[in-house]
Design a protein around this ligand. Sequence first.
Ligand SMILES: Nc1ncnc2c1ncn2[C@@H]1O[C@H](COP(=O)(O)OP(=O)(O)OP(=O)(O)O)[C@@H](O)[C@H]1O
Ligand SMILES: [Mg+2]
Length: 330
Amino acid sequence: MSEPLLAIRDLVVEFGTGRDAVRAVDGIDLDVYPGETVGVVGESGSGKTVAMLAALGLLPRSGRVVRGQALLGGTDLLRLRRRALRRIRGSRVGMVFQDPLTSLHPSYRVLDQVAEAVRVHHPKLSSAEADARAIDVLDLVGVPEPARRARQYPHQWSGGMRQRAVIAAAIANQPALLIADEPTTALDVTVQAQILDVLRSARALTGAACVLITHDLGVVAELAERVVVMYAGRVQETGTAEQIFRGPRHPYTVGLLATLPRLEGPVLPLTPIPGQPPGPGERIAGCPCRPRCAVGRDRVECATSRPELRELDGTGQQVACHCPHDGTAS
Ligand SMILES: Nc1ncnc2c1ncn2[C@@H]1O[C@H](COP(=O)(O)OP(=O)(O)OP(=O)(O)O)[C@@H](O)[C@H]1O
Ligand SMILES: [Mg+2]
């Protein structure tokens, strides 16, 4: 296999300081290879967004990287100066942030905002050239009559159209990596399907690798080749989409999949995972999943020692669990 395009290593992120510090990301590793789509899934608060913001130098002031690396093509983004990092964001890395409805500035025309994304990284382009490029990209993501519509303001666009504009801005400079954080969550179901198609074609057009963050396993099943399951700021399981969906090994992943409606086989009741994720700052001895795990709840090892992520049976599938599922279809 080639070298990873993005390699996050032992990333730890905290908010606040001293005894009040909240560890939002607790030592994650993540590899993204050129051209592939990695789905990062997990319940709300599991650290998905914070991990990516940290890697791109976009944490809010109260957050800090305690340790780790975020290597993009071998360069550690966490060691770069602000200016160098700003050059990378929006050019080599395109971003679609959570909450598309606020990602566009309300008082600038859509055209200006997409053209600005082009101009920042190509200062030699004239504004007419940047506008033309912006209109081309809006066309590519399926905005009808882009030359006319682009002269409107965001409030004149539907949520789905605005999300297309955000994706257009993210891919305008042909990034090698696209990070899309809950790109469909705020949209209604039919629009969600359209936006997944847009992402699919954006990926095909640019050849970009993609990190797709979502709590929606259905979205991951549609687009991702590999899956990373996060819980409590840690990676609990990772493998190919096939491995994760057909043979999940971590009881938490098994539980997540049981929350998905099935199209095939007998209709089974959906089973929510009992309990709640740990609260901010709550420190759990042993395995962080144990309070919600039917397998580990009464096991001493699970109560006392935190499982490290390890590969199972040379398959590439990795799991952080003392007593993983046997891997037969669940
Ligand atoms: N600005 C902040 N100040 C303090 N703590 C924060 C802040 N942002 C995030 N956190 C902490 O980091 C944890 C992880 O947050 P994050 O936004 O990464 O979750 P997520 O997995 O993206 O969830 P969601 O699915 O809701 O987007 C939260 O549980 C919270 O404790
Ligand atoms: Mg998030």
